[in-house]
Design a protein around this ligand. Sequence first.
Ligand SMILES: [Zn+2]
Length: 410
Amino acid sequence: MPSLLHSSMPVRGVAFRLASELPPEALSLLQDFRLAVNEAVRAGLQARSTSRNSLVKLAYKDFRKEHPMMYSQHLVCSFEVAANVLRNHRRSVREGRACAVPYVRRLMMKAENQAYKLDRENGIVDLPIRAGLHVRLRLVVSRYHRRYLDDPSLSLGSLTLLPDRVIIAFRKGTPKPYVPEAVLSLDTNERSMDGVLASRERITPVKADYSEVAEIQSRHHDRRRRLQRKKAHDRRTSRRLGRREGRREHDRVEHRMHQVADAVLRFAEDNKAAIVLEDLRGAPRRSRGKALSRRLSSWPRRKLHQIIEYKAEWRGVPVVKVDPRYSSRTCPICGRIQGSRMGAVFECSCGWRLDRHINASLNLLRTAASAGLEAAGGLRFGPGASQHDVMMVLYGPEKGARPEPNATSC
Ligand SMILES: [Zn+2]
């Protein structure tokens, strides 16, 4: 079943650095909070309970005695963090992973939006420590942060305090996903997303080409290998440099993926289209040669989908995920399923011929439509229309941002 991803209110966590060191009162609040979380975890384990409410019932009175000074909202919030820790623990146990008693080491605390105040104009958090004692934390505010602070349609969610920074959740008032007048169906491949924009009148093939991502990855891979050889006598340096390379690669790839996602979303918005994507959960891993499997496993198609879905939710673009089974081997005209993989062009004995990826996207579109894509307002699609249209490019290498430094520059 396709699912329209608009159930929850989108939330974005924005991190702010602190303009000065954490005051000692706040630091001891972090320590108390961690203590409370770990105590609540132990209590929950004993009582085999993982919900916040039952933890509150179970332990609130004792906690009140042990932490008489702590602001009660913080205390309640420590139960919530503990409940999360317990749920994760229960899952690991069920899946046969780690079984040690969970323990939170990191200094952190969480406060719900009633339990702190934010001066959005001046970037100052007012955090109560206990009755009569508040601390004011000045945040470092950049242009990026201004976009969130100054947008009145964003309300404040929870606040997470760490020793050197604050993460504030901004919630968007329920976005009104538009009623689509078209469907943008995309098949996600290693080097591009290929698909069609289907409206009432016509079907247009579209493409978002990000082959430079694969190039970035292979360049960084080579560079890492060379580093490893050069620094073979010094494992620590080699590992450190390797990690740095990994981070750079990750940042570059992620930057491109955001651009691709933005281009796709802009196009969908311009055409008031719902986006259809393959549901990649549980996609089988086929065995492949080593070189190819390195490329494919390191190419996070799911990550691209996550970015698209997340941004779509934030912007109110409807997204539908469909089961991709047989989408690359089915003829959208006669429904025949081909026995084996084909080349760049899908060919059917009924005479149908089309680029393999575009063909797959037509099948995704068909699946979405036959599963009752009410969102599309009962659009009917005649796949035949897509054969002779000119390809529209949503994103291409020429739109990529900065040029890549060449491989010899390290
Ligand atoms: Zn056919």
